[in-house]
Design a protein around this ligand. Structure first.
Ligand code: FES
Length: 95
């Protein structure tokens, strides 16, 4: 799948394996490193929160952890990337 991260007006894109967790990839310094911020990897800190600009229709419904951490931002398309294993092309931004 193709992953795109929009940051500072620039779009960074690369192919990653389908079903990969983007926080795990970043943690081992593969794309989307260095374009994705994260800390806990466990759905607790909210640092990995990202707004899904494209491809959100393919993601599962937000989990209880996401609902608790993101609150009203869920309605604006924000998700916790550490809690997702996307299977389809996705474009996200943390801004
Ligand atoms: S990295 Fe902490 S909630 Fe995702």
């Amino acid at each position: 799948m193709k992953v795109s991260v929009v940051t500072g007006g620039t779009t960074h894109s690369a192919e990653v394996p389908d079903g990969a967790n983007l926080v795990v990839l970043t943690g081992v310094r593969k794309f989307p490193h260095p374009h994705l911020k994260f800390k806990c990897g466990m759905g607790k800190c909210g640092t990995c929160a990202s707004r899904v600009l494209e491809g959100g229709e393919h993601l599962p419904a937000p989990s209880a952890k996401e609902a608790e951490r993101l609150g009203p931002r869920i309605a604006e398309g924000w998700r916790l990337m550490c809690q997702l294993w996307p299977q389809h092309d996705i474009t996200i931004s943390q801004e």
